[in-house]
Design a protein around this ligand. Structure first.
Ligand code: FES
Ligand SMILES: [Fe+2]
Length: 431
């Protein structure tokens, strides 16, 4: 005889616990913690909508732009925080502000250009005019025309400003948050994260080029991909062939205290060819190859710690890379449950020599939408999106390097940083 089905939590007569507010009623994170990721999180519109509230409007710092993009008084930069359009400005006193790009009248976008410089912000619809800090200054026809019409007597412009964000600037980057609950940026980043940001980004930055691409996958698949040190040496055969980044180099994975952010690094000079590369049938490891343009990989050592390749993330959407000498900031903006815009900003330091700048520009050909390496990431995430969309009840299996999310400075054959991302995600989403 078949045993009766008993709901978990109902065997002693108590009803099953309802999930926290906002979480789809039938959603439950599977057994196995962060080593199992339900495919549903990549394609469920209800979860996507909840992320906008809990992550993008929640108690999290988000990268908004580079400080150099708003270096002068009157500079304006538009961007997005999740789906919310954002304006970043520098006012006449040199103070950086961020606000929602949504007119306090009827909600139109106020700033339309990517970058601009103006003494104030004027909405094109009905010409409401705002100061660079978002305060409403004037309303067209506030007193009507010839004494007729106009706003009511008790209309108070001070109560109708552009919605402000809290802003902090660190390592040449402007961060913003829409929540009053977000801890100070210093604490949000943690000590190890800050120290490595200082290493790579702690000089005056110069933008060498910017581009973006649409990738056809949920934004979290990109967040996983950049934390996945396991794939880099297998999918990116260029890296393996030309010994830019291989797991048989010294290197490690460092997770921040709360596990949300990570650093992956390797040291090119320490390559000790491992037999596992032959056994794993990594084709590119089995033959040598020459570049017709060897200047692509002409480099110099900018630091004395031996690290030649690093990827650093800040939860949820920021990536900083220093691959050989190719310095870049990347960030993703969700454009729908299965569509994401990936932005690349290639950088140098103001102190670079012309020759160094030329080398950085040349190495920019490794990554980006048309690069030799990162084009593979542009499609691999869509393979996962397409492979998983019909199987929301199934899960990913993420046990390379164990089941926990912990730093490992002796091996990068681990998915620890991917588990770290899901640790942060579950914390903030309440899953
Ligand atoms: S919507 Fe901006 S002034 Fe009317
Ligand atoms: Fe990759």
């Amino acid at each position: 005889m078949q045993a009766p089905h008993i709901c978990p939590g109902a065997s002693n007569g108590t009803p099953p616990q309802a999930p926290p507010a906002g979480i789809p009623l039938d959603f439950k994170w599977p057994e196995g913690g962060v080593s199992r990721v339900p495919f549903r999180v990549f394609s469920d519109p209800a979860i996507y909508a909840l992320e906008q509230e809990k992550i993008f409007r929640g108690p999290v710092w988000h990268y908004l732009c580079l400080e150099t993009e708003v270096s002068q008084s009157g500079d304006i930069k538009t961007t997005w925080l999740g789906q919310t359009p954002i304006i970043v400005t520098r006012d006449q006193d040199g103070v950086v502000h961020a606000m929602v790009n949504r007119c306090a009248h009827k909600g139109a976008l106020v700033c339309l250009k990517d970058r601009d410089n103006k003494p104030s912000l004027t909405c094109v619809y009905h010409a409401w005019n705002y100061a660079l800090d978002g305060q409403l200054k004037t309303v067209a026809f506030q007193d009507g025309i010839r004494g007729k019409g106009g706003m009511p007597e008790d209309f108070d412009p001070a109560r109708h400003r552009l919605e402000p964000l809290r802003v902090q600037v660190y390592c040449g980057m402007v961060f913003g948050t829409m929540s009053g609950q977000t801890p100070p940026l210093h604490d949000f980043l943690g000590e190890r994260t800050r120290a490595f940001m200082e290493r790579n980004m702690g000089q005056r930055l110069k933008i060498l080029g910017v581009h973006s691409q649409i990738i056809h996958n949920n934004w979290k698949l990109y967040a996983e991909n950049v934390r996945d040190s396991y794939h880099a040496t297998l999918l990116h055969t260029f890296y393996t062939t030309f010994k830019v980044n291989r797991l048989d180099m010294d290197g490690g994975i460092v997770l921040s205290d709360k596990k949300w952010h990570h650093i992956s690094y390797s040291k090119r000079a320490t390559l000790n060819v491992a037999e596992e590369y032959q056994e794993a049938k990594v084709h590119a490891a089995q033959y040598g190859s020459d570049l017709e343009g060897p200047e692509l990989l002409k480099t110099w050592e900018g630091f004395d710690d031996g690290i030649t390749h690093s990827i650093q993330t800040v939860f949820p959407t920021l990536v900083m890379q220093l691959t050989l000498n190719s310095l870049a900031v990347r960030f993703v903006v969700p454009r729908g449950v299965d569509k994401t815009e990936l932005f690349w900003i290639f950088l140098g330091y103001e102190s670079d020599t012309p020759e160094q700048q030329k080398m950085r520009v040349m190495q920019g050909n490794l990554t980006g939408a048309a690069g030799l390496v990162a084009l593979e990431d542009g499609c691999i995430n869509s393979f996962v999106q397409r492979g998983t969309v019909g199987s929301p009840a199934h899960t990913a299996f993420i046990e390379m390097g164990g089941r926990l999310a912990e730093s490992n400075e002796s091996s990068r054959a681990t998915e620890a940083a991917v588990r770290g991302f899901w640790h942060g995600y579950r914390d903030i989403m309440g899953f």
